[in-house]
Design a protein around this ligand. Structure first.
Ligand code: NA7
Length: 539
């Protein structure tokens, strides 16, 4: 780290920091920076707080992580007083929680809603950013924090004729605020990732008929959602700090009961009993049954085959069951957690179409033409996912030193130091950016770790009289090489998924999150700080 230059004569800016996004990252960033005496403005495209939990209001939307741990821990009062009702609460409850946080910490006055950021431009003379909104307003600040979310830029595939459809089209990530009544309607859902898996059973209950268009079947573990037991809640609350500390020591920042080192080290009987127990418990903890799912194909196949066996048991029509059986590696795509997902295909009003055998040719006014046949529908639900991790950043014109464009620099895949900053883009921070563990971990603890790092960094700069920070290109290159090196060790980087960007036409395939685990990542961040912000040029 180098510290130099006088900052006293820098021109004034509208704000010390502009934070883009009022999801869980943006809200906590505002809280931390304001506590440090900074003038902060949050700009948010939506009309309220909550980010993911503001936008994803499709029927059946729920968190897939145990909520007592998928919540903020920065305030013990907050975690003691907020009552979660269920193991996996609905989107409405998560959104209510986000609003409660904004009320409790008086965040509203510093947040501006219905404001989409179009551009951010760095000025080297004044060491400041100018942020321009889509409505043409310009605001300046010393720092910009992009808390724009990893899964916020939603993906609408280019289906020919989509605009000709005579019925209604909905995307799961932009659901009408007043909800949709599908009673008596013929509905199609395209997409069977987490959003499709959650919404399909709920839509099937209402619609006259539901046709699901599936490109890749996913592994769906039952959620076994239930009301939280008051004793269980009391126990967690009494031990929150210790439990949170324990979670921070795990690979994904979740408290999963860890199983054995290898699925192949035990007998088939013992292994299946373990899988059965985890299936009955429900949720993402299934992933922790054995440690070698992502390093041994044979071990992986045992879990795949167990889930396929469950599908064949649950789904009565053998042909439909086979179509639902995933063939890609277990956990390679994000594991889905569902409620009555496979059971839904036993309903008389639900059909499954494999788009590999019957490709979607076009959308016509009366429905979807696939494999030469028109499926007549009144409403189309796109559960087609997101341009993950880079999509939200790339849709903003971000210009750094010498007018360099972030979008251009990332054309062959994102490059960032720790997923926190990018060389050539001084004083610009990204919360859970590419190259950080983010989407492979429990998101809220990961967000808090990033926000704390940024807030501490700015406090340090203030104490040093520094006004400019940027990663050194060599440090960034080193981190990107490390991110790739650990990705290559895991089979997770080997199949088609949004982690790699393969769901977006034309997107360069790079495994974007850091797969070395949350503890290793946190240690690295701390070592860099202890070494005087090694790899950063601070002046
Ligand atoms: P996902 O997991 O990206 O799922 C999107 C689904 O849409 C997936 O099944 C895709 O198939 C399918 N898809 C995408 N484009 C097409 C086209 N052109 N034709 C047919 N099917 C298509 O997004 P979600 O919103 O469900 O979940 C995102 C994350 O949110 C999730 O992982 C959790 O972390 C929470 P594909 O698999 O690409 O073949």
């Amino acid at each position: 780290m180098t510290v130099a230059a006088e900052t006293a004569d820098l021109p004034a800016t509208d704000f010390d920091a502009i934070v883009v996004g009022a999801g869980f990252g943006g809200m906590y960033m505002l809280y931390r920076l304001r506590e440090q005496g900074m003038r902060v403005r949050v700009l948010e495209a939506g009309s309220s707080v909550g980010g993911t939990w503001f936008w994803n209001r499709y029927p059946g939307a729920r968190v897939d992580t145990e909520t007592m741990f998928y919540s903020y821990q920065f305030s013990d009062e907050l975690q003691q007083e907020w009552d979660w009702s269920e193991r996996y609460p609905s989107r409405d409850e998560l959104w209510a929680y986000a609003r409660h946080v904004a009320d409790r910490f008086d965040l509203w006055p510093d947040m501006q809603f219905d404001t989409r950021v179009a551009a951010a431009t760095w000025d080297e003379d004044s060491l400041s950013w100018t942020v321009e909104t889509e409505s043409g307003d310009r605001l300046s600040s010393r720092y910009v924090v992009m808390a724009t979310g990893c899964l916020s830029s939603f993906n609408v595939p280019k289906f020919p004729g989509l605009e000709s459809f005579a019925g209604d089209v909905y995307h799961t990530a932009r659901w009408p605020e007043d909800g949709v009544d599908f009673t008596g309607r013929r509905v199609a859902v395209i997409g069977t990732g987490s959003s499709g898996v959650q919404t399909i059973p709920v839509v099937a209950e209402q619609a006259a008929h539901l046709t699901v268009f599936q490109r890749t079947p996913n592994y769906v573990i039952p959620a076994h959602n239930r009301p939280l037991d008051p004793d269980e809640v009391a126990k967690i609350r009494a031990n929150y700090p210790a439990l949170r500390a324990q979670a921070r020591q795990t690979f994904s920042g979740n408290i999963f009961e860890l199983g054995g080192p290898s699925a192949l080290a035990v007998s088939e009987e013992e292994r299946n009993a373990e899988y059965e127990r985890r299936w009955e418990t429900g949720g993402l903890a299934f992933m922790a049954a054995y440690a070698d799912f992502m390093t041994s194909e044979a071990a992986n196949e045992t879990a795949s085959e167990f889930v396929r066996g469950k599908i064949r048991e649950i789904v009565k029509d053998p042909e439909t069951a086979e179509l639902l059986c995933p063939r890609q590696l277990f956990m390679c795509k994000r594991l889905c957690v569902g409620t009555d997902y496979y059971e839904t295909y036993n309903r008389d009003n639900v059909d499954l179409i494999d788009v590999n055998a019957s490709p979607i040719e076009e959308i016509v006014p009366e429905g979807i033409r696939a494999g030469g046949k028109v499926y007549e529908i009144d409403a189309l639900v796109l559960a087609t996912g997101f341009d993950a991790m880079t999509g939200a950043l790339n849709r903003i014109d971000i210009c750094g030193v010498g007018g360099s464009s972030l979008r251009d620099l990332w054309a062959d895949g994102p490059r960032a130091y720790l997923g926190l900053m990018v060389a050539n883009f001084p004083n610009l921070f990204t919360i859970t950016g590419p190259g950080s563990p983010s989407v492979l971990t429990n998101m809220i603890p990961s967000i808090e770790q990033h926000v704390d790092w940024v807030a501490d960094c700015l406090a340090h700069m203030d104490a040093q009289g520094a006004a400019r920070i940027e990663p050194e290109a060599s440090a960034q290159d080193g981190w990107v090489a490390h991110v790739n090196e650990v990705a290559d060790l895991s089979m997770r980087s080997s199949c088609e998924s949004w982690y790699l960007g393969s769901n977006i036409e034309g997107k360069t395939r790079v495994f974007m999150p850091y797969i070395g685990g949350f503890p290793a990542y946190v240690r690295k961040c701390e070592e860099i700080v202890d070494a005087g912000y090694a790899g950063f040029d601070m002046r």
